[in-house]
Design a protein around this ligand. Structure first.
Ligand code: AMP
Ligand code: TRP
Length: 340
């Protein structure tokens, strides 16, 4: 990992509490969190301030927030090492977001593809929060002087913006190197898991078809059925990676196998090349069930223990506050706010 010498290495990432987690979140984000916690200081956040940029049912928000915390723990994030907390419980996020709103430019935000996707045709009716969403994301990252951010590929543009904001703040206030330029960590085979029904669009919690995704709490039977019904093409598996070109559904299934098995696409094809989907799909289903069942079991155990989740989140909020509060004090000084 690249590191600017003046900043200790620190990892931060966030997941929104807006519905069930799926295989894309698991492979693109959660498994990376687990791998990073052994070597680095890690801060993992349930971003409820981001969630309310679109209308949330009050009765669901707290439940969804605990659900993401349960998923972090079920995936193997260890709260003794990593910090797990809820964004709205730590004041630095909203406070720094305001300050950075005054550094970011309208034109930068207008280019954000996620805003265009989420706002749809009726931009006028989108919340202002949805528009400045990426600035809040930059605040999350910079409030901890984060150096590395594990995310799926869909978040790369937001990360670029965080870097632009950090650099502009440092220049504007003449504090070179005050905020680091955070690096995205998107490498690895799970960075872009696609819909099981259409290999050209990403697996997403907002897809109306449940057959398009594998949810973290799906039963082995559901997982097997969804893989069996996944869209492929009439050809079988090619023997080389080049043979996957232009075959979105096939690439996706091979990529999922590789990500779950922790190997490359080429290695998957060395094993399965030349076989038909009737052979490969059951093997993939068996692997997915073997990897995901223990996660699903732990997930439901944590979900049935809200008191334990609340203990983890309260401890995490205190630790996150202890890191971000002094950084915010520095920011207030840099900006020139009054202090007694
Ligand atoms: P979200 O649920 O949109 O808050 O995303 C949480 C994390 O999962 C982010 O790091 C996303 O980049 C990642 N992610 C979401 N969907 C996918 C996908 N289909 N493939 C890989 N990573 C994903
Ligand atoms: N925008 C991210 C997503 O939708 C979630 C997020 C919010 C995040 N703040 C973050 C990710 C900070 C990484 C770092 O997936």
């Amino acid at each position: 990992m690249i590191r600017e010498p003046q900043h200790p290495l620190r990892v931060f990432s966030g997941v929104q509490p807006t519905g069930r987690l799926h295989l894309g979140n698991y492979l693109g984000a959660l498994t990376k969190f687990v791998a990073l916690q052994d070597q680095h200081e890690c801060v993992f956040c349930v971003v409820d301030l981001h969630a309310i940029t679109v209308r949330q049912e009050k009765s669901m928000l707290a439940a969804n927030t605990r659900e993401i915390a349960a998923a972090f723990l079920a995936a193997g994030v260890d709260p003794k090492r990593a910090i797990i907390f809820v964004q709205s419980a730590v004041p630095a996020h909203a406070e720094l977001a305001w300050i950075l709103n005054c550094t970011a430019k309208m034109g930068w935000l207008e280019r954000m593809t996620q805003f265009k996707d989420k706002a749809g045709k009726d931009k006028e009716r989108a919340s202002v929060g949805l528009f400045t969403y990426p600035v809040l994301q930059a605040a999350d990252i910079l409030a901890y002087k984060t150096t590395h951010v594990p995310i799926g590929e869909d978040q790369k543009q937001h990360l670029e913006l965080s870097r632009d904001i950090a650099e502009r703040f440092n220049r504007e206030y003449d504090v070179p190197g005050f905020f680091p330029s955070p690096e995205p960590l998107t490498q690895g085979p799970g960075a872009r898991i696609m819909s099981l029904k259409d290999g050209t669009i990403k697996m997403s919690k907002s897809d109306p078809s449940d057959l398009s995704r594998i949810n973290l709490d799906d039963s082995p039977e559901q997982i097997t059925k969804k893989i069996k019904k996944a869209t492929t093409d009439p050809d079988g598996l090619p023997s080389t990676v080049e043979g996957l070109a232009g075959r979105a559904g096939a690439s996706n299934l091979v990529g999922i196998y590789a990500a779950l098995a922790g190997c490359s696409n080429a290695e998957v094809l060395a094993q399965f090349g030349g076989q038909g989907w009737g052979m490969f799909k059951p093997a993939l289903a068996e692997l997915a069930v073997a990897k995901l069942s223990p996660v699903a079991t732990r997930f439901s155990r944590y979900q049935n223990d809200p008191a334990e989740l609340d203990r983890v989140l309260a401890d995490g909020a205190a630790r996150a506050h202890a890191i971000s509060a002094p950084i915010l004090r520095e920011v207030r000084d840099i900006v020139g706010f009054w202090k007694a």
